[in-house]
Design a protein around this ligand. Structure first.
Ligand code: HEC
Ligand code: HEC
Length: 138
């Protein structure tokens, strides 16, 4: 969202500009005050302009979606001393068992052996999640 990707000098400036921009854009929508509150809250929880820091400053390496996380080592390049065993980042089932996925009826198709991921953005080959999922606008 544009108002979140701009840089602001202070938290107060951000708070005001987010309100001005969103108010102008969605003035006629009765949900706009709620929208403004939520966007201000998202900004406040994730950015500290006075401290020149934001949510990206310290990587969150639990998981591997927006940061490399588990894939820092489990990338297929790191192997046991005899060179025989390693976990590739794209070997999802080494760490996950996807029992079911999708919505509605699809969720009834449980498979105890696990399923391969049906990624909403299409197949992504050997790419790491964080190459696309940067937390920013696409
Ligand atoms: C080395 C182990 C490992 C491998 C390999 C791995 N994952 Fe993960 N994955 C994790 C862990 C740990 C988490 C975080 C779980 C949590 O936070 O509860 C995670 C989180 C996720 C999430 C939730 C992401 C989010 O934050 O919304 C998805 C989706 C996912 N993995 C899919 C995959 C897919 C698809 C693959 C294969 C391309 C894969 N994982 C490979 C360990 C792994
Ligand atoms: C080549 C770029 C690319 C890669 C690599 C990629 N994704 Fe995605 N992903 C997308 C795009 C684009 C969407 C949005 C698609 C849509 O909503 O139609 C998406 C959507 C998603 C979603 C649903 C929406 C969300 O953000 O919660 C999840 C969950 C997800 N991806 C997880 C992963 C995981 C886990 C990996 C790595 C194992 C991964 N993706 C790798 C591009 C990518």
């Amino acid at each position: 969202m544009e108002v979140l990707t701009r840089s602001y000098a202070t938290a107060e400036e951000a708070r005001q500009k987010i309100a001005t921009v969103l108010h102008a854009k969605y003035e006629s929508d009765s949900r706009s005050p709620k929208l403004i509150d939520s966007v201000q809250e998202i900004y406040r929880d994730n950015f500290s302009p006075e401290m020149k820091t934001d949510w990206k400053t310290h990587s969150n390496n639990l998981g591997h979606k927006e940061f490399l996380g588990y894939f820092r080592c489990h990338d297929g390049e790191h192997k046991t001393a005899d060179g025989r065993q390693g976990i590739k980042a794209n070997d999802c089932s080494a760490c996950h068992v996807i029992l079911a996925q999708g919505r509605g009826e699809q969720l009834l198709k449980l498979n105890p052996q696990g399923q391969s991921l049906e990624h909403p953005g299409g197949d992504f080959g050997d790419m790491k999640c964080s190459e696309c999922h940067t937390g920013g606008a696409p």
